[in-house]
Design a binder for this molecule. Structure first.
Ligand code: GLC
Length: 538
């Protein structure tokens, strides 16, 4: 059982994760201890001190279970073991012990929407229409024209259905054909996952990141989704997916019941449940953090967004107001282009990324950084032939895919940036010295120190995330400001300086850019594209 007794970060009834910042480790690319070019648990253990030094207190590790790797670990063939490429169960236990010594809690990434097609459940299911596991997946007869049973499409391109020629039925997969969707209306599936949750809690996990948590239940009648816009015939899979209103394949009303059950299963362990919930409105998202369900849900839209300040401000405000303490904020992830690249590249992209992230960090909940975000990394440069993401490889290059944010973590200058003594699994250009952890640790001007200072300010001034947020009315829509108890923040994402009357004298406790603000004042002026935090003095 996970020992959460000493994990309280706030006194009283607040959960252990209250006030914490999370950090996402993309295991394949974090640190390789064996020289095979693939990141592993031992390599990660050796670098946990970096995450602790940064100030994060929760670490989410992307899937490390046995997997054929068609979606780089998100196609699991055994939920209760470790892929040999990433280590062993003993390595996991060691990692958790070391993490706890460093006051870090560990979230396991669980993938319940689909298994690998190599999972014994699916191998049995496809073996015969009468097999014991047939109903663990979604099977349907062809449409009258012999085509797929409905118009659902895969996130990764093409129909969400593949024909099994032996039985003449189609099976459903919202991702690759090698990732068949489980049938969450079957109680046997529900019970199997109870055991999987207990297994990882017993192994020491402090909680779970739940992959595509919004998509587990499907409409029982497998109805067509309404088309909301037409797309060009050569549109990439994401544009095609977004041309439907996903009324029947995603976010069904009873989906949340699954997580109420998971809460009961994991409650004795004090486990944290964080859902990847990507639904059309903040209100739909907030349903998932209703009492008795999930603790927080990722808000992914900022991690996809371009630099449009008014849009970003509206996005963050609306999400906060719908769910003031239940959001896990992101600006980056292993699924999106890095924000520095999306926001203009180089120093400009770095400045904007930090300003927007600091805005998120003032909005409560549990924000997450993605490995390398603290270094201000841009997307890696890859030759088209080296790209590995199925979004790219399965669509004849029609959509760039996610490889740019998945290259090796740059620890040191030089070969493979210290990630591996061998050749990294994803061939990307080596990062320059000033983008490495080793260099940035020694350079107080580097992004690494700014992100560390941001977390430290959030930790030192608990009101910044815990006190009720009262928005300050501004005349601009590309900026936002708020008071939270003894603290205040001003996020100016626009191109003009912003002057705000905070009502009494404050000191600056964090500024995302050096010239961001005048200190010790009640009327403050915050520089363009920067965010500052304040503490009341009078
Ligand atoms: C989630 C993961 C992504 C994966 C997909 C299918 O969105 O973050 O990497 O491809 O689920 O499991």
């Amino acid at each position: 059982m996970a020992d959460n007794s000493s994990a309280g970060v706030a006194p009283g009834p607040a959960p252990w994760w209250s006030g914490a910042v999370g950090y996402e480790v993309y295991i394949r690319s974090f640190a390789d201890s064996t020289g095979d070019g693939v990141g592993d648990l031992r390599g990660m253990e050796a670098h946990l001190d970096h995450i602790a030094w940064l100030g994060a207190r929760i670490v989410w590790i992307t899937p490390f279970m046995p997997s054929p790797g068609f979606d780089h670990g998100y196609d699991v063939s055994d939920y209760c073991d470790i892929d040999p490429a990433h280590g062993t169960l003993d390595d996991f236990r060691r990692l958790v012990d070391r993490a706890h010594e460093l006051d870090l809690r560990v979230l396991v990434d669980l993938v319940p929407n689909h298994t690998s097609s190599a999972h014994p459940w699916f191998v049995d299911a496809i073996s015969s229409i009468d097999s014991a596991h047939r109903d663990w997946y979604h099977w349907a007869d062809p449409a009258p024209d012999g085509g797929p049973p409905n118009n659902w499409v895969s996130h990764f391109g093409g129909p969400a259905w593949t024909l099994d020629p032996t039985s003449g039925q189609y099976y459903c997969h919202l991702f690759l054909p090698e990732q068949p969707d489980l049938n969450w209306s079957n109680p046997a599936v529900v019970e199997a996952f109870d055991d999987i949750l207990r297994f990882w809690c017993e192994a020491g996990a402090d909680g779970f990141r739940i992959d595509v948590a919004h998509s587990l239940r499907k409409h029982p009648d497998l109805l067509d989704n309404p088309v909301v816009r037409t797309v060009d015939p050569d549109a990439g899979p994401t544009a095609v997916f977004e041309s439907f209103s996903h009324d029947h394949d995603l976010d069904q009303d009873d989906n949340i019941e699954i997580f109420r059950r998971w809460r009961q299963v994991t409650e004795p362990y004090g486990a944290m449940l964080v859902g990847e919930v990507n639904v059309p409105t903040p209100e739909r998202s907030a349903r998932y953090t209703a009492p008795g369900a999930l603790d927080t849900v990722f808000y992914l839209r900022p991690a996809w967004a371009d630099w449009e300040p008014a849009t970003l401000v509206a996005m963050l405000r609306t999400m906060h107001d719908a769910d003031p303490n239940g959001v896990s904020w992101t600006m980056n992830s292993h699924d999106t282009s890095r924000s520095v690249s999306r926001f203009g590249g180089g120093d400009l992209g770095r400045r904007r990324s930090l300003a927007a992230t600091a805005f998120e960090f003032a909005l409560g909940g549990v924000p997450f950084l993605y490995q390398g975000e603290e270094l201000g990394l841009v997307d890696a440069t890859l030759d088209p032939g080296d790209r590995a993401d199925p979004i790219w490889t399965r669509n004849a290059g029609g959509e760039a895919g996610r490889d740019g944010s998945r290259s090796a973590m740059p620890w040191t200058p030089g070969p493979a940036n210290g990630f591996s003594s061998g050749t990294p699994w994803l061939a990307a250009a080596e990062r320059p010295a000033d983008e490495t952890v080793a260099y940035q640790r020694g350079s107080t001007e580097a992004p690494l120190h700014a992100y560390r200072a941001l977390i430290a300010a959030r930790d030192a001034h608990g009101d910044l995330h815990a006190a009720p947020l009262e928005w300050i009315v501004l005349e601009r829509d590309d900026a936002a400001a708020g008071r939270r108890g003894s603290c205040a923040f001003v996020a100016n994402l626009g191109t003009e300086p912003l002057t705000v009357d905070l009502g009494c004298v404050h000191e600056v406790v964090f500024a995302s850019a050096p010239e961001a603000v005048a200190a010790d004042a009640s009327v403050v002026t915050v520089a363009p594209e920067s965010t500052a935090y304040f503490r009341r003095l009078s």
